[in-house]
Design a protein around this ligand. Structure first.
Ligand code: FAD
Length: 395
């Protein structure tokens, strides 16, 4: 039997796999995406759903990441206007808040600088006379409320929209289909996956491993063995509560440990997240822990007095996802959020793995992948540029 040949085969239908599929198709390559369960069924439906520069990454000096993320945010607002919305963010500062108003303003000034001082990087203070419009936010001890702007999306819809764009450029999708292994050849890879109970063999010039928290497992199924970066999985939980904040997104310090937590409007309810809990189990089994739910409920109760009596019984939805971070001993909060790209060899990689990264940075990550693998691919006529392709809300 003759096996089908692709320029690029991608494993994983999260935002990164979707992005690489679209970038490969836009660059004129034949491309196949293999997804085991459903598009965005992994981390890409369990994020905080922010397309943001990452204000807090300034504190850990990740300026290049913030600059790139703000650039990507601006691109999203242009090409994905149906899916990404600029929203006001409020940072309440109380007498005992760790970050003082002047520190926040210095941070926001740097944020604006890295964002090229465009209109969306404006920030200021909410007048005391307007505090009553802030969804019942606690005013006892409140000294100032800082307002700035960042963007919110629906991560799963965004992922589907990117795949839809890739398919419209001629890319192919095998789903549900599970990657089971790959063998390196002199100038490519033989890829094996299971679809509908049958084993399918195909060949690719390059295999892109975009399996998120499953990436070490997918990389481990390549023969002969390839390098796998040393990473840790860190769980982040969210809860949904049946009251609605409408004025914007609140960026608050957890009353438990001072970590930054978001309180966000979400489909007429409120989404609160997230946590950072080291995870050592199977990625499939991740779920919010009772202690994480209590931690997030404590935020709602502390900042919104009307919700003082909410308990875990009131949670209407809960989910947890896994961050892939470079292995280290320091707290997850302080670790680099830069994406790790790992090739089996340089130049002319046959396998390229994407480890970690941000929802916001999917397009830039995909562009980087295409650049890295271009030495392994023939020249083809380009079909489109991904920063110009309009992303439509999937039907
Ligand atoms: C709690 C949390 C909050 C976050 N919040 C934000 C945020 O607000 N903004 C932001 O920019 N970023 C955020 N991130 C980061 C962002 O969500 C992730 O970087 C991104 O979703 C990762 O996407 P991915 O495609 O790499 O992985 P995933 O979305 O996990 O996709 C991997 C896919 O691979 C598939 N797969 C696995 N094994 C196989 C196999 N053998 N065969 C076929 N398919 C397979 C899985 O089914 C899955 O669909 C957050 C992350 C977490 C954990």
């Amino acid at each position: 039997m003759q096996i089908k040949q692709y320029d690029v085969v991608v494993v994983g239908g999260g935002i990164h796999g979707a992005g690489v599929l679209q970038a490969a198709a836009a660059a004129g390559y034949s491309a196949l995406l293999i997804e085991r369960a459903g598009l965005a069924s992994g981390t890409s439906s369990r994020s905080s759903k922010l397309i943001h520069g990452g204000l807090r990454y300034l504190e850990s000096g990740q300026f290049a990441l913030v600059r790139e993320s703000l650039r990507e945010r601006a691109i999203h607002l242009r090409i994905a206007a149906e899916l990404v919305e600029l929203k006001p963010f409020f940072i309440p500062v109380y007498r005992d808040t760790r970050r003082r108003p002047w520190q926040l303003k210095v941070g926001l000034w740097m944020y604006a600088l890295l964002g090229g001082f465009d209109a969306s990087t404006r920030f200021g203070t909410v007048a005391r006379s307007e505090w009553s419009s802030l969804d019942g936010l606690k005013t006892q001890g409140l000294e100032a409320v800082i307002r700035y702007y960042d963007a919110q999306t629906d991560d799963a819809l965004l992922t589907r929209a990117v795949v839809q764009s890739a398919l419209s450029l001629g890319a192919e999708l095998a789903m549900p289909a599970s990657f089971t292994g790959a063998t390196l050849t002199e100038d490519g890879v033989t890829v094996v996956y299971n679809q509908g109970g049958s084993t399918v063999e195909t060949s690719a010039r390059v295999l892109v491993n975009a399996a998120g928290p499953w990436a070490p497992h997918v990389g481990g199924a390549v023969e002969p063995p390839i390098p796998i970066p040393d990473v840790d999985l860190v769980q982040g939980a969210h809860i949904v509560l049946p009251f609605s904040v409408t004025a914007g997104i609140y960026y608050v310090e957890s009353p438990t440990d001072g970590r930054a937590v978001f309180v966000m409007p979400w489909h007429g309810a409120t989404l609160i997240g997230t946590t950072e809990t080291p995870y050592r189990g199977e990625p499939d089994k991740v779920h919010p822990l009772p202690a994480e739910e209590e931690y997030l409920l404590a935020v709602a109760r502390h900042y919104f007095p009307a919700f003082k009596h909410l308990t875990r019984e009131d949670i209407t939805q809960r989910f947890a996802g896994l961050r892939v971070l470079p292995a280290a001993t320091q707290a997850a909060f302080d670790r680099s959020r830069e994406t790790i790209f790992s090739a089996d060899r340089e130049p002319k990689p046959r396998v390229l793995g994407i480890y970690g990264g941000k929802l916001t940075g999917w397009r830039a990550a995909a562009a980087h992948v295409l650049e890295r693998i271009s030495t392994s691919l023939p020249t083809r006529p380009r079909r489109a540029a991904t920063d110009q392709l309009i992303l439509r809300r999937p039907v």
